[in-house]
Write a protein that binds this ligand. Sequence first.
Ligand code: AMP
Length: 419
Amino acid sequence: MSKSFQSPSGMHDVFGEQYDYFEKIREVFSRMATTYGFEGIEIPIMENAKVFSRGVGEHTDIIEKEMYAFKTKGGDQVALRPEGTAGIVRAYIEHNLYTKSQPIKFFYFAPFFRYERPQAGRYRQFWQFGLETIGKGGPVVDAQIIAVMYNVLRELGIKDLMIEINSMGESKCREDFEKVLKKYLRKESSSLCADCKRRMKKNPLRVLDCKRCIKVKESAPQIVDHICPKCREDFKKVLEYLEELKIPYDLNSFLVRGLDYYTNTVYEFFAPGEEGRLALGGGGRYDGLAKLLGGEETPATGAAMGVERTVLLMKNDGIKVEKEKPKIFIAQLSDLAKRKCLKLFEEFREAKIPVSESFGQDSLKGQMSKANKMKVDYTLIIGEEEAAEDRVIVRDMESGQQESLSTKEVVKEIKKKLK
Ligand code: AMP
């Protein structure tokens, strides 16, 4: 077949085995999130572009370089969501959710869009699963969100998780620290890379997670030494809760995360990958975000993990996902048989016995080979003769023995055999 079209660069079709991994992650995550009292939320994949430029920050890479922003035919400036939090806080304010019992706890599993250079593990459309707790709650909620994510990844079979954690202090601490850092960076500016020379003026914290300016970072002032006693106390509490839950962590005073809205506790999850460690996701507190979006200062905290990275790790670690295997295959020969088989399929489905078929195929050989590949316990065959007599041949796939049963009793009989 000639291939005239391909999916857009950096965007992938998800099917087959990859889809099964997605489904497994979605199932474990939504079950776990629900257990901890989170409710699902779906928001539009695009927003007024200002939701992101104000929330995430005008001078972040995501907004400056990576956002898919465009004008609609009606003249609205919109953007495909590059992350989940800003849109959810927009929804929280828009629907007056602050008038409900607080906090509001949401979970999501959704696609996001960033115009990045496509490479292994980095796409232009990628999926994240995330949690947000908005409206109430201090350090214990940060620890709980870390615990939920940790438990999800562990239940998926991922071992050797590492969590790096830091505190950026509240907005005031952060602003004060930015001044101290700027002063230091100005002194060292001749040793900074070109990107950091630019960042130094508008977003100096980003210099701290630059992979090239290691030397400058080594003697840079550390944010935890500059936060106020209340922020330090809150951070200490988060660490104590994690210790209580026996969740391992490492302090990383350079961890700032890329977005403007983070305050206080921030963290990232890593696991050993094939080529060095792999960042799975991260999160943090964002008490100032609701205000940036026109609401009031609201305590809030959340985290998001990359789905494709989680799949990659599961595959690297040899973690398989098991799908429910059909126990029965229904094979047919002739038009009348097809009709009877369609009905029989429904009867098995209603009896909750996993069943499979290949009704589009006419050759019995082809159907039997499919049944063999699926490793079903029994294949039910209806040919022309059986269809006329309302009977069905039941073949035990292990012993090869066959018997003829009436279509009326076959579901009941198979149920007995499967017990
Ligand atoms: P971030 O929102 O940038 O902190 O990203 C959180 C997680 O989402 C990362 O650790 C990755 O697992 C995943 N992620 C972010 N950007 C991409 C991308 N372009 N392609 C694939 N996964 C991504």
